[in-house]
Write a protein that binds this ligand. Structure first.
Ligand SMILES: [Zn+2]
Ligand SMILES: [Zn+2]
Length: 98
């Protein structure tokens, strides 16, 4: 799947600003780092916020993204390494509040 198709599949046109939470007990859904919106997880569930302290990952999301994404931090959408370090911090700052 290329970037353009991926963007078209995102349900929202503009990125939303989401609340950050730190909840290790929440069942957390996975989103693509480069998604225009982080509101819908890979399994189709609405996330509604960003959990930076996730320990329990939704099993349906894991099935969708596969082991490579989780073990090697490779994006399941475009097969490139997911942003880390400063780029990741910047994405979080841009997309969240609180
Ligand atoms: Zn999920
Ligand atoms: Zn990604």
């Amino acid at each position: 799947m290329n970037q353009q198709q991926h963007a078209q599949e995102a349900r929202h046109v503009a990125p939303e600003v989401l609340l950050v939470i730190n909840d290790k007990d929440e069942i957390t859904h996975l989103v693509c780092c480069r998604d225009r919106s982080w509101e819908i997880g890979f399994c189709g569930a609405e996330t509604g916020h960003v959990n930076l302290h996730a320990e329990i990952i939704c099993s349906m999301c894991i099935e969708v993204v596969g082991p490579k994404a989780l073990e090697q931090n490779i994006c399941p959408v475009d097969d490139r390494p997911c942003p880390a370090g400063e780029e990741f911090d910047r994405l979080i700052r841009e997309r969240t509040w609180g």
